[in-house]
Design a protein around this ligand. Structure first.
Ligand SMILES: [Zn+2]
Length: 260
């Protein structure tokens, strides 16, 4: 089991020799950025004890508008709103009593980028942007249609299986884990082999400030979890591998990997 929790762990990760965004090694004289993963705008100032990865400046540049919006979105969970409305970057469309949709942010893309950073930090290898994956976001997704918006249904059976895998293997102390930002962020994962094609996939769960509470309770709250596999189907050599167990772990909240 790999665990990144203390400052010395994060200092080592800052010295990786590749850019986690493009996967290429740094060359002499290239302009380098230090990228907070997730961006520092997501966290209150007192919680900024971050995971930082080096990137090419050019690779990192494109993401700052999304970073700012993600900071404001997650800030809602702790009641933080920009003091000047002119600084608000979120477009909010009200859908009825106490329900609103945010219409201008690619949450899936942002979380995927962070997962690629977590993979690089844990396994010291890049995770390509294009690979098979499924992510269940911590709040409901809606798509525009002729009636306005409709909620994208949760892939419930798959999600429940991921949550159970994380909870069971956490109880066995068999998950790879990153905890940072004063423990306001927890990322956990365990690798499982597909019974059909024998390829390995990484089942992961991510919590930031109990962010599932931003989802509408009427539409079914859920935690963030998902799976990805590397293009060649390998498992990093030192990664936590799924252990099946007949021991029942508490799971009264089967949609929340960090719930009871
Ligand atoms: Zn790069």
């Amino acid at each position: 089991m790999i665990s990144l929790h203390y400052p010395k762990h994060f200092q080592a990760v800052r010295q990786l020799s590749f850019c986690y965004l493009c996967g290429n090694e740094f060359l002499p004289d290239e302009k380098i950025d230090r990228d907070h993963v997730p961006p520092k705008t997501v966290f209150a100032k007192v919680h900024r004890v971050p995971l930082i990865l080096k990137t090419h400046a050019a690779c990192n540049e494109a993401h700052s508008p999304t970073d700012e919006k993600m900071g404001q979105l997650i800030g809602l969970s702790r009641g933080a709103i920009p003091t000047d409305p002119k600084n608000s970057r979120l477009q909010i469309q009200h859908l009825g009593f106490r329900t609103a949709a945010i219409t201008n942010i690619d949450v899936h893309g942002a979380i995927w980028r962070w997962v690629r950073g977590f993979h690089a930090a844990l396994y010291r290898e890049p995770l390509p942007e294009i690979c098979q994956r499924a992510i269940e976001l911590p709040f409901q997704r809606a798509r525009r249609d002729t009636l306005g918006f409709s909620v994208v249904p949760l892939r419930e059976a798959q999600h429940v299986a991921f949550v159970r895998a994380i909870k069971t293997n956490r109880a066995k102390q068999n998950v790879d884990r990153i905890r940072c930002n004063a423990d306001k962020l927890t990322y956990e994962c365990v690798w499982a082999q597909n019974e059909g094609n024998r390829e390995w996939g990484c089942i992961f769960a991510l919590d930031v400030y109990d962010w599932k509470d931003l989802g509408d309770p009427k539409l079914g709250q859920r935690g963030c979890a998902g799976v990805y596999s590397l293009p060649d189907g390998h498992v990093p050599p030192n990664a936590a591998r799924l252990m099946k167990s007949s021991i029942l772990v508490p799971n009264t909240e089967p949609l929340d990997p960090f719930g009871r």
